[in-house]
Write a protein that binds this ligand. Structure first.
Ligand SMILES: [Zn+2]
Length: 71
């Protein structure tokens, strides 16, 4: 499931949400509770969280098992 970034129109906080590509999903800002979330078209997060990129995970040390690779 792809990860999308949404920016809150009220407090400008960017949050990440997992959602289906064609889902008409509305999100609520976890910081202020605002319901005006604008989708950000950044591919950075999607690349990092991609299972195929587990060996290149920026969070985990190289080698061994990466807990992020199963996401
Ligand atoms: Zn907000």
């Amino acid at each position: 499931m792809p990860l999308f970034e949404y920016k809150c129109a009220d407090c400008d906080k960017v949050s990440e949400f997992l959602e289906k590509a064609d889902a008409k999903t509305t999100h609520t800002c976890p910081a202020c509770g605002g319901k005006t979330m604008k989708k950000q078209f950044s591919t950075f997060s999607a690349v990092v969280k991609n299972p195929a990129a587990g060996s290149n995970c920026h969070t985990c040390p190289s080698g061994g098992t990466c807990p992020h690779s199963g996401l």
